[in-house]
Design a protein around this ligand. Structure first.
Ligand SMILES: NC(=O)c1ccc[n+]([C@@H]2O[C@H](COP(=O)([O-])OP(=O)(O)OC[C@H]3O[C@@H](n4cnc5c(N)ncnc54)[C@H](OP(=O)(O)O)[C@@H]3O)[C@@H](O)[C@H]2O)c1
Length: 345
């Protein structure tokens, strides 16, 4: 860690601090050596000690969570994490950017460049096309150079993080022939803290189901980002599932192969793309979800079918860390010129 990091702590805010991802951000940022957490906000009607919301923060912070006042947020911080539901973020971010702040937005509001696709999948016209154009997609394993210079980061979605990292080397090297089938399983926290009857304990505990097959809002994000990164389109059949577990995303990706390929070659290809990526761990074995829970790692493993027509890639993450708060802090580290792993290992 450089002295510069210790000498100047960056005043940092979390907007949406009572949500699942906001809470995880606070947990990470309180321990981060480059950060001074100065402002927390939500829809709370009056300021409330943060530890009243989450008892595990008692004696860890005296901060209060306040009703969101965007001018106060900008005054009290240099760097802001916006952890609001989609369509709410774009109400506030234009002001923060105008004030010269650095922002990482965890919602989908700045991820999809094609505004018509945003409207189709998020059911509202985009209100901030100027910043939409400038925002950089914050998947640091692929877009690090752009992230270094960015003022506004569109932090990737949780499913897209696991799927894009799993698929990128294959697509980039032109090894795919035909449509890719992705079967992703997410924990219940992927849906946010809102109360929905379907997610009540009695329904979700020990339960598991598929939803939004082929049409999930993360499909256009995965397709567009991989097209941008690899230079060509591909066919994607995406079926998400929700499981009665607290954390994690486990994506099983069936890649139709253009030609026969050995396990050793596949491993070499992944290693060549992710050699300098501290949070991607590639193995010839299939990963297990619990090994990434509570970490910022994406674990990738694979198997080749006996007839060599398919490679099955498994890519798993903790949805609240590598799929949200952890990757957001990884982006902050890169934007600030700090070591990418600072506060995250
Ligand atoms: N959960 C995940 O695994 C995950 C992963 C990647 C990305 N994301 C994205 O990250 C964002 C946050 O997700 P989450 O799961 O943390 O959601 P969440 O649990 O529903 O939390 C939302 C937060 O935003 C606040 N909020 C909602 N509407 C607001 C408004 N109009 N003004 C001010 N504050 C408002 C809520 O405050 P109150 O508590 O006062 O209502 C809460 O603090 C979403 O856009 C989501 O899609 C989530």
């Amino acid at each position: 860690m450089s002295l510069k990091v210790l000498n100047h702590k960056v005043k940092t805010a979390v907007i949406g601090a009572t949500g699942f991802t906001g809470e995880k951000l606070v947990e990470i940022l309180l321990k981060h050596p480059g950060v001074d957490l100065t402002y927390l906000a939500s829809r709370t009607p009056k300021p409330v000690a943060y530890s009243k919301f989450f008892g595990r923060f008692r004696k860890k912070t005296n901060l209060f969570c306040e009703p969101l006042d965007i001018k106060k947020a900008a005054k009290k911080s240099e760097f802001l994490f916006v952890s609001l539901p989609h369509t709410a973020s774009m109400e506030y971010i234009p002001y923060l950017i105008m004030q010269g702040k650095k922002v990482v937005d965890l919602s989908a509001d700045y991820r999809i460049k094609k505004a018509s696709n945003y409207k189709k999948y998020y059911h509202k016209a985009h209100k901030d096309k100027v910043n939409l154009k400038k925002a950089v997609y914050g998947l640091s394993e692929i877009f690090k150079d752009k992230i270094k210079k960015a003022k506004l980061i569109a932090n990737p979605g949780c499913y897209p993080t696991s799927v894009i990292l799993g698929l990128y080397p294959f697509l980039k090297d032109g090894l795919i022939k035909g449509e890719v089938i992705v079967d992703s399983k997410s924990s219940i926290t992927g849906a946010g803290r809102k109360a929905v009857i379907e997610y009540h304990y009695s329904n979700i505990a020990n339960n598991f189901w598929a939803y939004k097959p082929f049409v999930h809002q993360h499909v256009p994000e995965i397709e567009a980002i991989l097209k941008e990164a690899c230079g060509h389109a591909f066919g994607l059949l995406f079926s998400p599932h929700v499981a009665g577990i607290e954390a994690g995303i486990y994506s099983t990706i069936y890649v139709p192969l253009k030609k026969k390929i050995s396990r050793e070659t596949v491993k070499k290809i992944y290693d060549s793309y992710y050699r300098d990526c501290p949070f991607v761990r590639v193995s010839q074995d299939l990963p297990k979800l619990k090994e990434v829970i509570g970490t910022n790692f994406c674990d990738i493993g694979f198997a080749i079918s006996p007839d060599s027509r398919y490679c099955m890639v498994v890519s798993c993450i903790d949805n609240l860390i590598k799929g949200a708060a952890g990757s957001a802090v990884q982006n902050m580290n890169i934007m600030q010129g700090w070591p990418e792993t600072l506060g995250l290992l």
